[in-house]
Design a protein around this ligand. Structure first.
Ligand code: NAD
Length: 254
C-alpha cells in the first residue's frame, strides 16, 4: 500500500525517459497510479511500451507513448514540441534512460566511451534543456535524475559508467541552483543493485560479491526507486533540492 494519497498527482504531467522496462517502467506506473498523466518514452520499437500503456489504461490511468532517442538533441526537441502542442506544461521530468558498458580502462573501446557519455550524460542534459520551458510553466516543477551508487563510489571495471553517473551529481546541483529562483527543484537518486535487465547481465559470481556489500542483505526491486521518485516530486520534499538520495540498502557506506 502506498503512503501517498492515490490521486495526489492528479493534473500533473510527467515524462519518464527509458520507461518501457526496468526502473523507468516502475516509475511511470507509480506516477500514473497516483494520478499523473505520464509520457512513456521508449527508444526502439518495443512491445513492452505498449504493454505498459495497456496496464496503465486498465486501472483508469492516463498515458501516452513517446518514441525518441535521449542522446539525439533534434529528436528530443521535436518530441517535446509535440508535448507542447497538447499540454502547456510539464510538471515532472524523470531522467531514467541509461546504458552500462563494463571493461577495464586499458581495454575500454573509444566508441563505447562515446556511447555511454552520449546516452547517460548528454541524454539527461538534452531532456532537461528542451523540457525546461515547459517545466517552468508548472507551479511545482520537479526533475529527478537517475545516477548510481557507482557514480559516488567508483568501481573496478566500470570507470566510464561511474564517470557518467558522477556527472549527473554535478548536473543536478547546477540545474537546482540555476532554477531554484523559479521554484524548480532538481534532485538525484543513486540506486544500488536493483533487479532489472541491466543487472541480469551480471554473472552469478559477481552478484554474490555485490550482495555481500549490501548491509541490508538483499537486492532492491524497481519499486524502491519508484517510491523515492514519488517522495521527491511530492510536496513532502518541497524544501529539498540539489540533493542525491542513495536507495541502495546501505551499499554506499561499504
Ligand atoms: P534497463 O537497461 O533495464 O533500462 C534502461 C532503459 O533505458 C531501457 O528502457 C532502454 O530502452 C532505455 N534507453 C537506453 N538508451 C536510450 C536512449 N538512447 N534513448 C531513450 N531510452 C534509452 O536499466 P535499469 O536497470 O532499469 O536502469 C535505469 C536507470 O537506473 C539507468 O539510468 C541506470 O544507469 C540506473 N541504475 C540502475 C541500477 C540497477 O541496479 N539496475 C543501479 C544504478 C543505477
Amino acid at each position: 500500500m502506498s503512503v501517498f494519497n492515490n490521486n495526489f498527482l492528479s493534473g500533473k504531467i510527467s515524462l519518464v525517459t527509458g520507461s518501457s522496462r526496468g526502473i523507468g517502467r516502475e516509475i511511470a506506473l507509480n506516477l500514473a497510479k497516483h494520478g499523473s498523466y505520464v509520457f512513456i518514452n521508449y527508444f526502439k520499437a518495443d512491445k513492452s511500451a505498449m504493454d505498459l500503456k495497456h496496464e496503465i489504461n486498465q486501472f483508469g490511468g492516463n498515458c501516452q507513448l513517446l518514441k525518441f532517442d535521449v542522446s539525439d538533441s533534434n529528436d528530443v526537441k521535436a518530441s517535446v514540441e509535440n508535448i507542447s502542442k497538447e499540454f502547456k506544461k510539464i510538471d515532472i521530468l524523470v531522467n531514467n534512460a541509461g546504458i552500462a558498458r563494463a571493461a577495464l580502462a586499458l581495454r575500454f573501446k573509444e566508441e563505447d566511451f562515446d556511447e555511454v557519455m552520449k546516452v547517460n550524460v548528454k541524454g539527461h542534459f538534452n531532456c532537461i534543456k528542451y523540457c525546461l520551458p515547459l517545466l517552468l510553466r508548472s507551479d511545482s516543477p520537479s526533475i529527478v535524475n537517475l545516477s548510481s551508487v557507482l557514480g559516488i563510489t567508483g568501481d573496478l571495471g566500470n570507470s566510464v559508467y561511474s564517470t557518467s553517473k558522477s556527472a549527473i551529481l554535478g548536473l543536478t546541483k547546477s540545474i537546482a541552483l540555476e532554477y531554484a529562483s523559479k521554484g524548480l527543484r532538481a534532485n538525484c537518486i543513486a540506486p544500488g543493485f536493483i533487479k532489472t535487465d541491466m543487472t541480469a547481465l551480471v554473472s552469478e559470481e559477481v552478484s554474490k560479491i555485490v550482495l555481500s556489500k549490501i548491509p541490508l542483505k538483499f537486492q532492491g526491486e524497481p519499486i524502491e526507486i519508484a517510491n523515492c521518485v514519488l517522495f521527491l516530486v511530492s510536496d513532502a520534499a518541497k524544501y529539498i533540492t540539489g540533493q542525491t538520495i542513495s536507495v541502495d540498502g546501505g551499499m554506499v557506506m561499504k
